[in-house]
Design a protein. Structure first.
Length: 442
């Protein structure tokens, strides 16, 4: 029997047919031919293979082997260690572009022309003013609250504070929400930081660059002008280019999944913030610093590695679901770690990190599992050198990632093939049974 695409499994625009997969179902003796396109078979076609009433489904915890969307935003080849946004290699973007240009590229598909760049920069620069509700919300948190908790709550509160952010623009009108969300993300991050210090928020300075304004909102002293250190501004800009988007990772999948319910982009981005908070994802940069502090000295590295290889510990900042080669972002970040740490007179933890990396890259355990440093291995060291506390590291990741999340949300919302996300499960619980009142339960 040949499985035909019905209207639900319809071939989508841009699908590249590569032939068919012949499958014989030993339960029934039936043979099926499943169309193969873009290295995938459609789960809907798999579902047409039936022994009884119920068709086959695929079981894939962690969605390791499952494509959930078509995307034109980011390309990633994990074996080659290659990453590109809209076709531009990350190395070229990091060396030549600004974060604001890259955000435009992710959202609109193209780098902005000179006049468009000015308008886009202006839209972001003027979009980040926080109103009194946001001030009160941030102020209501305990002083020692984790800033990711504050960011998560504040992003989720945005549709209530600014109802226009929940509204799609009228047909043909430009959408002001991406610029507002990127700008407000950076304002909220800086407010969370100052709240932890017991200091009042600083209003955005619309004349500064995106990272320059963030630095001003973080570090400006009351009543004093703020002078942006261009080396720190550049280092932040490069770090943010590297963190702007990364294909279908855990937090992006959360944004797309929550967005599939039709909710507003702020709520979908709040889901991304929540996912990023985890130590296996964006929380790894904070975990790396904690790990380096715990190791304490280069002489303790070998013993720590023994615990890792015994499966008692994880080497945080190492390994990646997709990269089975050096994460290209880690290569760029390592260079910046050296430059920035040089500005800041070195870091006692850098020697430990370099020793860990040296041992790991030579060790069979890591070589066989193809574990290399990821983007988070060195980023925390840079942030630490810039005077940013480790609790803020994941927030520093979230600030630029808002651009990628919004770009992915927009692409998903415009994709006619997408539906509300609702996976299957394999039920392993009790069979149907009868309720017994409490007095009669033994
Ligand atoms: N340290 C030690 N062993 C590791 C590590 C690590 N960091 N990462 C993976 N392994 C081992 C696993 O124990 C497993 O070994 P086994 O085959 O003997 O059981 C093998 O390598 C495969 O690991 P998985 O956990 O199956 O790989 P997965 O793709 O599910 O996980 C992840 C990827 C979560 C990134 C993992 O490598 C990890 O936990 N790394 C540390 C946390 C981290 O740095 N996260 C940031 C990722 S980048 C980002 O999100 C921005």
């Amino acid at each position: 029997m040949t499985v035909q695409h019905d209207h639900k499994g319809a071939k989508s625009a841009g699908e590249n047919p590569q032939g068919t997969l012949s499958v014989t179902d030993d339960r029934t003796g039936e043979t099926y031919e499943l169309p193969v396109a873009d290295g995938t078979v459609r789960a809907a076609d798999l579902n047409k293979i039936k022994a009884e009433e119920i068709g086959l489904a695929s079981y894939d915890p962690g969605l390791v082997y499952t494509a959930t969307c078509r995307s034109a935003i980011t390309f990633l080849d994990g074996d080659a260690g290659h990453l590109a946004h809209r076709g531009y290699p990350i190395e070229e973007l990091a060396a030549q572009a600004t974060f604001i240009e890259v955000a435009h590229l992710l959202l609109n598909g193209e780098l902005p022309k000179a006049a468009d760049l000015k308008a886009w920069e202006r839209a972001v620069a003027t979009g980040g003013t926080a109103d009194e509700h946001l001030h009160k919300l941030v102020a209501s948190f305990p002083r020692d609250a984790h800033p990711m908790s504050i960011m998560l709550s504040a992003m989720g509160a945005l549709p209530a504070v600014y109802p226009e952010l929940a509204q799609a623009p009228a047909d043909g009108e430009p959408d002001p929400r991406p610029a507002r969300l990127i700008a407000l993300g950076s304002t909220i991050a800086a407010m969370a930081y100052r709240h932890g210090l017991g200091e009042a928020p600083v209003a955005p300075d619309t004349e500064l660059s995106f990272p320059g304004n963030f630095m001003s909102m973080m570090w400006k002293k009351d009543g004093q002008p703020y002078e942006v250190d261009p080396r720190v501004e550049k280092a932040l800009d490069v770090l943010w280019i590297l963190h702007a988007d990364h294909e279908q990772n855990c937090s992006t999948n959360a944004v797309r999944s929550v967005g599939s319910s039709g909710v507003d982009p702020c709520s979908a981005v709040a889901a991304g913030v929540a996912a990023l908070y985890g130590p296996l994802h964006g929380g790894a940069n904070e975990a790396v610093l904690n790990m380096l502090r715990e190791i304490g000295d280069v002489s303790n590295v070998a013993e720590f590695m023994t615990h890792v290889k015994n499966g008692e510990r994880r080497l945080m900042g190492f390994g990646h679901r997709v990269y089975k080669n050096y994460d290209p972002r880690a290569t760029i970040i390592k260079k910046y770690a050296m430059d920035v740490l040089d500005i800041a007179d070195g870091s006692p933890l850098l020697d430990i990190a370099l020793e860990l990396e040296k041992i790991a890259l030579d060790d069979d355990y890591f070589v066989q599992r193809r574990l290399y440093p990821n983007v988070d291995f060195y980023s925390g060291l840079i942030y630490q050198a810039l005077g940013i506390p480790s609790k803020m590291f994941t927030v520093m990741f979230a600030v630029p990632r808002v651009s990628g999340w919004v770009a992915q949300w927009m692409e998903s919302a415009a994709d006619p093939e997408q539906k509300i996300v609702r996976p299957r499960q394999i039920y392993t619980g009790a069979p149907t049974r009868t309720y017994i009142p409490a007095q009669r339960r033994d």
